[in-house]
Design a protein around this ligand. Sequence first.
Ligand code: 5GP
Ligand code: ZN
Length: 114
Amino acid sequence: MSDCLFCRIVAGAIPSQKVFEDEDLIAVRDINPQAPVHVLLLPKKHIASVLDAKESDSELLGRIALVAGKIARQEGIAERGFRLLTNTGPDGGQAVAHLHYHLLGGRKMGWPPG
Ligand code: 5GP
Ligand code: ZN
């Protein structure tokens, strides 16, 4: 079994609250939500960050944006808006080295981000 936390979530070895799943992607509720809606979208295959994505991952990455929109509608945050982001590396604040996008909404987001 992989020692990557999110690979373990994908495999079902760590329980999660799934809000979406297809062949290539899953979306789960963040265990430590930073907003009323806080969902993590991740590819099932292990890609460490956007820096490790390949040309052949283009469709997969594009689908994350489309699925995020779908989940935003499902969660009722599409109308007022939301934030979709991926933290990358130490300065970006990435804690888990398996590519994931945060979908945050249900409150007004600050700018600039901390
Ligand atoms: P990062 O800091 O890498 O961008 O985001 C990692 C996110 O994963 C954090 O928001 C953190 O709360 C979340 N997280 C960490 N462990 C777990 C877990 O076991 N399950 C879920 N659903 N989220 C987790
Ligand atoms: Zn992984």
